[in-house]
Design a protein around this ligand. Structure first.
Ligand code: ADP
Ligand code: ASP
Ligand code: MG
Length: 603
């Protein structure tokens, strides 16, 4: 007999018929000899409706009252599902988050789970009841008892956390699609179902816009080794398994506050190539990285910064052995890329730096905690180390620094984050011998781009700027420093650009504007008219040409790339918002991810 946690999303409990269908599925799971805890979301679009009501009353409602309001949606669906179970003869009881004892931080609208009391759950299970728990909500127990919510989409996180706390055999997430697909079937109907995906890949996809799973749910599954499967509540198809590395036994205390960093990594076999002032037009990145791939040179990090005038800077790292060839290819291709039209600028140029190293902090616990990256930057600054290139992913922040600084950087980072660099997380096993180059493609239309002009080029600037944002709880993605130095009033400066959630853009701008004069930084420029499209796949590590194929697909459709950022298992490009969906479609097709069947999403 197994203990199973099943979670049903909004559309799966969106009507009386659907609730009855869910009751039947739960019943048959019990009849097969299992104990079942069910976690449910609010019915259909209830939560959106509640958000709308609040915004009709107030432009800036208090976060506490938002939690009071939004948590009601789930209270309706737990009661109805419990009644539906009782109506078919299955003993059941509904419980709110507070009644279970889902204890969270006191952070309204984005609380993290601290612990889950299991006594009451276990008691009802031992009485033969199905326990129906309200997802997305908890209770904070500091000073007063306060209802909290976990953030939109958070019921997935409730379910996986309960599965971890109860040490359930597995957790099933039931939704309106057959499982995790190569991309959102609402935008690309011939997206294909994948039978499995590693946690690392899913973390990236989820945080890059694939809302089929809440990234924090994947984080908990990964940290506690909870077997997790995503399935359709309309069919009996097996769905998609999310593969975790073998679990290390962790304390359930501070459940979602696990150590932010598991390991410090470094790579001294790196060299950096920068192309300065290349023209800003479709096809440039495709041409450059296409040529590099033809030479079978493996590129690690790639960044392309925002353009001043009509030009871009592109920088990438390769192994030291490949540097000469990478430089030769870059120089040879420069004339073919064409010239920019800004008369105030010098001609395009190639710069190489041979003595660089990459240091990185890694860990699933850094998700949604912007303070962690800022802490890395300030640790490096305190050691007097200047950061040349930054690349971020959900579970890793990498910095390119001078090779001579590498040992000091490792020592300082190990001390700050209390780790030894040998304790790297083991990658999740994949059942397939070679993981696909690209597992999935994601689109995020809810991002904004900020650029800070003329940031003085000295240690500590990134630390100060991103700490400011971290203090406002703003997570930053795709941080890119321009490669080109510009001298402003005798001081060398660089531009720094990054993306944030649109919701945070105004607050980020305000915080930076306040600090800019004192820090000697220039103007803050915001662009909301962007889309971020990303490819994710564990198989792209050490495989030349993957990024080039993505850039090529965009170039073939005359889609201009505004920004590029990569990590080991993802490549993200920023394009204009109105080309976002097309970009997603052409990239999905370019990697041959389309299936022969069209996925129908229930209305
Ligand atoms: P639920 O209410 O069940 O939690 P969500 O709406 O939160 O469901 O998530 C399911 C939706 O996620 C799908 O209907 C689909 O449109 C979207 N989605 C985005 N990317 C993907 C993907 N890669 N695979 C599957 N679904 C995706
Ligand atoms: N009902 C909440 C929301 O719509 C939580 C969830 O569905 O996961 O965001
Ligand atoms: Mg959801």
């Amino acid at each position: 007999m197994a203990l199973i946690v099943q979670k049903y999303g909004g559309t799966s409990v969106g009507s009386v018929d659907r609730i009855q269908a869910v009751a039947q599925r739960v019943l048959s799971t019990v009849k097969a000899g299992n104990s079942v805890v069910v976690v449910v979301s609010a019915m259909g679009k209830t939560t959106d409706g509640l958000v709308k009501l609040a915004s009709d009353i107030s432009a800036n409602p208090s976060r506490r009252e938002m939690d009071m309001l939004l948590s009601t949606g789930e209270q309706v669906s737990i009661a109805l599902l419990s009644m539906a179970l009782q109506a078919v003869g299955q003993p059941a009881i509904s419980l709110t988050g507070a009644q279970v004892g889902i204890v969270t931080e006191a952070e309204h609208t984005r609380a993290r789970i601290l612990r889950i009391e299991t006594d009451r759950l276990e008691r009802h299970l031992s009485e033969g009841k199905v326990v129906v728990v309200a997802g997305f909500q908890g209770i904070s127990v500091t000073e007063d008892l306060e209802i909290t919510t976990l953030g939109r989409g958070g019921s997935d996180t409730s379910a996986v956390a309960i599965a971890a706390a109860l040490r359930a055999n597995f957790c099933e997430i039931y939704t309106d699609v057959p499982g995790i697909l190569t991309t959102d079937p609402r935008l690309v109907p011939d997206a294909q179902l994948m039978p499995e995906i590693t946690c690392d890949e899913m973390l990236e996809l989820a945080s890059l816009g694939a809302k089929v799973l809440h990234p924090r749910a994947v984080e908990i599954a990964r940290n506690f080794g909870v077997p997790l499967v995503v399935r359709s509540s309309w069919t009996d198809e097996p769905g998609t398994w999310v593969l975790s590395p073998s679990p290390v036994s962790r304390s359930l205390e501070g459940l979602e506050l696990a150590r932010p960093v598991d390991g410090v990594e470094f790579d001294t076999d790196q060299a950096k190539v920068s192309l300065l002032r290349v023209p800003d037009r479709p096809g440039v990145a495709a041409r450059l990285f296409g040529e590099i791939a033809t030479q079978s040179l493996n590129v690690d990090l790639i960044i392309q910064s925002i353009h001043e005038g009509n030009t871009n800077d592109i920088a990438f790292t390769v192994t030291k052995l490949s540097l000469n060839r990478a430089e030769a290819v870059s120089s040879a291709i420069l004339p073919a890329l064409g010239y920019h039209t800004d008369p105030s600028l010098d001609a395009p140029d190639v710069l190489v730096e041979q003595q660089v190293a990459k240091v990185a902090i890694a860990g699933a616990g850094m998700i949604g905690r912007p303070g962690v990256a800022a802490q890395m930057f300030s640790t490096l600054a305190a050691a007097g180390i200047n950061i040349r290139m930054i690349s971020t992913s959900e579970v890793k922040v990498s910095c390119v620094i001078a090779a001579t600084d590498c040992d000091r950087a490792i020592a300082a980072l190990c001390q700050t984050f209390d780790v030894t660099h040998s304790s790297l997380p083991t990658p999740a096993p994949s059942h397939s011998p070679t993981p696909p180059l690209v597992r999935g493609v994601a689109l995020d239309l809810n991002q904004a781009r900020l650029a800070i002009r003329h940031v003085p080029d000295r240690p500590g600037m990134a630390a100060t700027l991103f700490q400011l944002l971290a203090d406002q709880n703003i997570s930053v993605d795709m941080i890119i420093q321009s490669q080109r130095c510009r001298v402003v009033e005798g001081i060398a400066t660089r531009d720094i650009a990054f993306t944030v959630a649109q919701l945070d853009a105004e607050a980020a701008k305000r915080a930076l504007e306040q600090a800019a004069p004192e820090l000697g930084c220039g103007e803050i420029v915001v662009d909301r008219d962007i889309a971020k499209v990303s490819i994710v796949g564990a198989g792209m590590v050490d495989q030349p040409g993957v990024a080039a194929r993505m850039f090529d697909a965009l170039a073939n459709h005359q889609i201009n790339i505004q920004m590029i950022a990569t990590s080991e298992i993802k490549v993200s490009c920023v394009v204009t918002k109105d080309q976002g969906v097309q970009a997603l479609q052409v990239i999905h097709a370019a990697f041959g991810l389309s299936g022969s069947q069209k996925i129908q999403v229930p209305a």
